[in-house]
Design a protein around this ligand. Sequence first.
Ligand code: SF4
Length: 139
Amino acid sequence: MNKLKQILDKIKDLFMFREGGDTDNYLIPPQVTSGSILWGILIRSAVIIIITIILVVALNKRELAWFGVFIFWLGVAYPAYRQYTEFNKRVNVLQEETLCGKCKYFVKESQLCSALDEHISKDNIPCDGEMWEANMDLF
Ligand code: SF4
């Protein structure tokens, strides 16, 4: 059972299916960012498109392309939607609860300080607040 879980976790990591969660607000670098979601979309799309093309050509059945579309929705679009929803919820909390979240250098999509090019977290303010400047859009 443990072995099966390990294999499933490896597949999740390989194809970037991880949804992340509150712990990402403490991790440097976070597991899930908008970049990792996009990367997962590209990897999974490429795999599904290649397999679909191979099957359509090898079996000479064009109808299989519809199966590819269904698998695309199931394996790419829906997981990406879930990942993005979860990511947005989590990063909104981070923005609310940290000094960096209200700073003009904070890049929400990548959980990054653009001035220092470093990830931030609830436990880590890379400049220790010394470079903080208000993000006027939030006030
Ligand atoms: S400048 Fe400082 S306060 Fe602002 S985002 Fe970067 S680390 Fe956070």
